[in-house]
Design a protein. Structure first.
Length: 166
């Protein structure tokens, strides 16, 4: 299962897959979710719903896309993620730990840790030298969780957005 970070949906909406420009992308997300291939988590949904745009409305209309994080396995995995990043705090800029733990990112990684074979989908970059913030790929690597960006997922799933009605 591919688990979507909020930045993948926000970037898609704001840039290359605008909701009215490329509705096929959004249909692909929903169809792939029904097929058990794509999902996200409640905290990502909450981040999106706080917006005041068509993506917020879309997230409110498609709540099934966002998996719960209240299960014991995800809660336990979150504790592991939190302990790991807390142990790295002295290497990071002040506030990086609080910023990371207050968002959806540690929960996304924790959920991926509980779903065998899952992949976190994010546009964040792997960079072990980064000190300003905790990066999803850096934390994923520590826990052996795979990650990739939207474009790699589209390739792996053989997504195909075709114009119709010429």
């Amino acid at each position: 299962m591919y688990l979507l970070d909020s930045n993948t949906l926000i970037e898609a909406k704001n840039r290359y897959y605008g909701m009215t420009i490329c509705p096929g992308y959004w249909a692909w997300v929903l169809r792939s979710h029904v097929q058990g291939v794509v999902a996200s988590i409640d905290t990502v949904g909450d981040e999106l719903k706080r917006g005041n745009d068509e993506l917020a409305q879309w997230a409110k209309q498609h709540t099934a896309l966002f998996l719960p994080i209240s299960d014991d396995a995800t809660q336990s995995a979150f504790a592991q993620v939190a302990a790991h990043v807390a142990s790295q705090t002295n290497q990071m800029k002040p506030g990086a730990l609080d910023e990371f733990l207050s968002g959806a990112d540690p929960w996304l990684i924790a959920k991926a840790m509980t779903l065998a074979g899952s992949v976190v989908v994010t546009h964040e970059q792997f960079n072990l030298q980064m000190r300003r913030k905790f990066s999803i790929p850096n934390v994923c690597q520590h826990f052996g969780v795979q990650w990739m960006d939207t474009f790699a997922v589209l390739g792996h799933t053989q997504a195909n957005f075709v114009l119709s009605g010429e």
